[in-house]
Design a protein around this ligand. Structure first.
Ligand code: PLP
Length: 385
């Protein structure tokens, strides 16, 4: 590790950068070489090769990401799902069991319920808000507990302190998907989480132009994940590493704007007569606002809501907006709008959606960095049309 910096804004720019700069280059050059000269490495995992996640582009990112969350180590992956699947497969084998929060990103939900269970890794879904119900789900083969910082798309906040304590007292590996909050708003290792996972496709990169992932946390666990990743092959290409590295440098300025903008927009929507219900943890009316305010430095740019009039009214509203692009995904500089049942959560059965409380008419918005006033004006005209 190079120099230490105390503020996250400075870490984004300087942590993990090569010292001295490579040929004086201010921006990290792209090392587009699949293989590197052998220099006496004793272990397979130390050979320099893109799939082994150890080119200069990977190393700089690993150091920067670990510094951002005040964690020991990090590894980047080819997508958020590669980070999640590789992490779960690193610590769970057929015959093992784990606990997972019931409302998760649709892809993670599917991975757990279909793919992992098909190979004999069993699970129980838990209510993240009811720690007293977790112990009854424990088995002698329970190895891990998996939650999200803010659930997608309902923006619920689990009792994250209780998750860490529960994992500690039952020797479980605690894993949290920190995509929605980003290291600006929350750094899981500070609370005691073992592993923090990201879809870097979202806020960390911030420009909707790559797919990437990361796992950040305890060094011995990251080493095991890296070795599994080396075998499964979900490595990030150096050119994508470069784009992620470049995108990350502006994370603090983007995220702060998105935090502020989403809070104002959520306030506007909450007081609008055409809105039935709004989910945003920054609003005092959110059932876990106090918990979110204690845990996080900001409430993110994600919000979801229902307009009065059901699916038809929701579709009309989406059609009437002119600024947000109708698309899945989130965390980019441009605002995106979607109905999760048609995109991020379309793989879930009607029954599962009902259990989770995700209605057909729920609208999810990822607030970008456009002027807040322009977005409010656009939502206002779309609601009264
Ligand atoms: N985690 C969360 C919270 C997500 O929203 C997503 C994708 O939307 C993922 C993980 C998966 O990330 P990726 O699309 O980069 O594989």
């Amino acid at each position: 590790m190079g120099k230490e910096y105390s503020h996250i804004e400075t870490k984004l720019i300087h942590a993990g950068e090569p010292e001295p700069l490579i040929s004086g280059a201010v921006s990290m050059p792209i090392f587009q070489s699949s293989t590197f000269e052998y220099s006496g490495q004793g272990s397979y995992h130390d050979l320099k090769y893109i799939r082994l996640n150890n080119t200069p582009n990977h190393i700089a990112l690993h150091q920067k990401l670990a510094a951002l969350e005040n964690a020991e180590a990090a590894v980047v992956t080819s997508s958020g799902m590669a980070a999640i699947s590789t992490t779960l497969l690193s610590f769970l084998s057929p015959g093992d069991h784990f606990l997972a929060q019931e409302c998760l990103y649709g892809g993670t939900h599917e991975l757990i319920a279909k793919d992992l269970s098909a190979i004999g890794i069993s699970f129980d879904f838990i209510d993240g808000d009811a720690p007293d119900t977790w112990e009854s789900k424990l088995r002698s083969n329970t190895k891990a507990i998996y939650v999200e910082t803010m659930t997608n798309p309902l923006l619920q906040i689990a009792d994250l302190k209780a998750v860490v304590e529960f994992a500690g007292s039952h020797k479980l590996i605690s894993m949290i998907d920190n995509t929605f909050t980003s290291p600006i708003n929350f750094r899981p290792s500070e609370l005691g989480f073992d592993l923090s996972l990201h879809s870097c496709t979202k806020y960390l990169n911030g420009h909707s132009d790559i797919v990437a992932g990361a796992v950040i946390g305890r060094e011995n666990l990251i080493e095991r994940i890296t070795h599994k990743l080396n075998h499964l092959g979900g490595s990030l290409d150096p050119h994508a590493c470069f784009l992620l590295h470049r995108g990350m440098k502006t994370l603090a300025v983007r995220m702060k704007h998105q935090n502020e903008s989403a809070l104002k927009i959520a306030g506007f929507l909450e007081s609008h007569q055409a809105i039935d219900k709004i989910n945003y943890p920054g609003l005092e009316s959110h059932p876990r606002h106090r918990r979110a305010a204690d845990l996080f430095d900001g409430f993110s740019g994600m919000l979801s809501f229902e307009v009065k009039g059901g699916v038809e009214a929701a579709e009309r509203f989406i059609r009437n907006t002119t600024l947000p692009i109708v698309a899945p995904s989130l965390g980019g500089v441009e605002s995106l709008i979607t109905r999760p049942v048609t995109t991020s959560h379309s793989g879930l059965s009607k029954k599962d959606l009902q259990i989770l409380g995700i209605s057909d008419s729920l609208i999810r918005v990822s607030i970008g960095i456009e002027a807040t006033e322009d977005l409010i004006e656009d939502f206002d005209q779309a609601l009264i049309k």
